[in-house]
Design a protein. Structure first.
Length: 527
């Protein structure tokens, strides 16, 4: 029985699919550009010998891996990402929103088909003979009635189908919102973990410098007791130590707040921090970086696909509003039985039926339907403009990431060289001071230069990892190579829905619901 009903549903949809009014939605073309930057893009970055200093190669046209974060070769990052996907409520909310949109589409799909109901009643009546113009005793009887009313409004102009088309687009929008949520969460977890590693590395560098400075201060104080140095040199070094120590609290504060944010991404409370951490030295910098062709980026960025479905939804609703301005035909029938006893209900003599056909058309409504349609046209124009903005921002994201990766490599090389030079300068200045050939101010300046160079080098190391993750995010994150949906996104009951042609439309953007109308103008958008 269930299969028969679903088959009738599918046949009815096909039978009414040729008369849809309103504009056709056309998949927007990709921007006609061959690259992401005005200048010729370099094929690789510079390299340095420091950890995280490997050269990276850009490979145009290479696909993005589904689990791209595994390229960092960190089991800790893999575990953090898995926990975030498993626990963060935003993923559950996106799954539920997708299921809601699909259920709404399936619910509204019933408008394409006849509506069948049943009505049963037993009535005890006493009727006066005077009502019939006769004299005599009142008539008392029991009336049994069974009826099955059926009504059907043919979708002559495709208004219902256009509404369903908009519902399918709305469901696809939620599908891509799920992918966008998934991508943002994984990228945020990785970035937060790298930031934590950077903060920890900077704190370690400063603590090592403080230990070295404290050792130097102890030596100066011993020399002061012997009269070998002035008290001013001792006080200067003491001030230098205090200044270096003062740089720790802001970093410790930033790290604590970043870890609170990381716990939030993992779906934990701050008090549930178990201390898991990533080390910069324990990360592997991906050597080969994919660079999606510009012509494919608009099909791979979930935010662009979501914006496209909003345009599609608005386009379909224009057709639905146009259909409301046209005549509507309603067919109705009722069949059943009416008898004075229950045993006679299904006799041929007690059978009753009625057939009715009606046509309705709004003749005057003060411009309500027209302006409703025009408002939807404006909504389409707004969605199309927002789509173009999304495309522009997506291309900007990729260009920014490519520029950042190249700049990060050059910056790390420069900071490594600067740190090595600063360390050598400090060693020479200290030796010269002890030999009496320079002032202690020179030593202090060298210490400050080394502090700045060391922390900058750590930041540059972290930036290479963070901006690499940003590139994978800007390219769409490889969602097309995996299935991020769970049972929470599937309409219920799944066994019945699996037979529904409407579900096919939900899973396939080019499914059975029509996307074109013989008499409609195309609605296209160009980035």
């Amino acid at each position: 029985m269930r299969l028969a009903v679903v088959s009738i549903v599918g046949l009815s949809a096909v039978a009414t699919s040729g008369c849809t009014v309103g504009p056709n939605f056309l998949e927007p073309a990709a921007p006609a550009v061959s690259g992401y930057t005005a200048q010729k893009e370099a094929s690789s970055t510079v390299a340095t010998s420091a950890p995280g200093g490997a050269s990276q190669r850009f490979n145009p046209g290479e696909d993005v891996a589904a689990a791209w974060w595994r390229l960092f070769r960190s089991k800790q990052i893999d575990a953090l990402v898995a926990e975030a996907i498993r626990n963060h409520p935003d993923i559950a909310a996106a799954q539920a929103a997708l299921r809601q949109a699909r259920e709404t589409t399936l619910a509204e799909g019933g408008a394409l088909f006849p509506q069948l109901s049943t009505s049963d009643s037993v009535t005890r009546e006493r009727q006066s003979a005077a009502e019939t113009g006769l004299e005599g005793n009142a008539l008392t009887y029991t009336l049994y009635n069974v009826s099955v009313p059926v009504s059907y409004t043919p979708d002559l102009f495709g208004g219902v189908q256009r509404t369903l088309e908009s519902d399918v687009a709305a469901a696809d929008y939620e599908r891509f919102e799920l992918e966008a949520t998934y991508l943002a969460l994984t990228a945020n977890v990785i970035t937060a973990a790298i930031t934590d590693a950077s903060d920890a590395a900077q704190i370690k560098v400063i603590q090592q410098l403080i230990a070295a400075q404290q050792k130097e201060l102890d030596l100066l104080q011993a020399q002061f007791v012997l009269g070998a140095v002035d008290q001013a040199d001792v006080l200067s070094e003491k001030a230098q130590v205090a200044q270096t120590v003062a740089t720790l609290p802001p970093l410790q504060k930033a790290r604590a707040q970043n870890r609170d944010q990381l716990m939030a991404y993992l779906g934990r409370l701050p008090s549930q921090d178990r201390g898991e951490a990533v080390s910069l030295d324990g990360l592997t910098l991906p050597r080969d970086l994919p660079v999606t062709l510009p012509s494919k980026l608009v099909r791979q960025r979930p935010d662009i696909r979501a914006a496209e479905e909003q345009v599609h939804e608005a386009s379909a609703l224009i057709g639905a509003d146009i259909a409301k301005m046209l005549p509507s035909v309603t067919l109705s029938a009722s069949g059943g039985s009416e008898a004075l006893s229950a045993s006679q209900l299904f006799n041929a003599q007690t059978t009753i039926y009625s057939l009715e056909a009606s046509v309705s058309q709004t003749l005057f409504d003060g411009g309500t339907l027209y302006h409703t349609k025009e408002a939807q046209v404006a909504a389409f124009d707004q969605a199309a403009a927002k789509y173009r903005t999304t495309v522009i921002e997506a291309f900007q994201n990729v260009a920014d990431s490519l520029a950042a990766i190249r700049a990060d490599a050059a910056a790390l090389k420069a900071y490594v060289d600067a740190e090595q030079a600063a360390r050598q300068s400090l060693d020479i200045s200290t030796a010269q001071f002890r030999a009496g050939s320079t002032t202690y101010v020179t030593v202090l300046n060298a210490e400050q230069t080394l502090l700045n160079a060391s922390t900058s080098r750590v930041k540059a190391q972290a930036a290479r990892f963070s901006d690499t993750a940003a590139l994978f995010q800007a390219l769409g994150g490889g969602w097309w190579n995996r299935d991020d949906e769970t049972i929470a996104a599937v309409p219920k009951p799944a066994d019945a829905i699996a037979l529904s042609p409407l579900l096919s439309a939900l899973r396939d953007p080019h499914g059975p619901l029509p996307r074109s109308a013989p008499d409609g103008g195309a609605k296209a958008i160009t980035p």
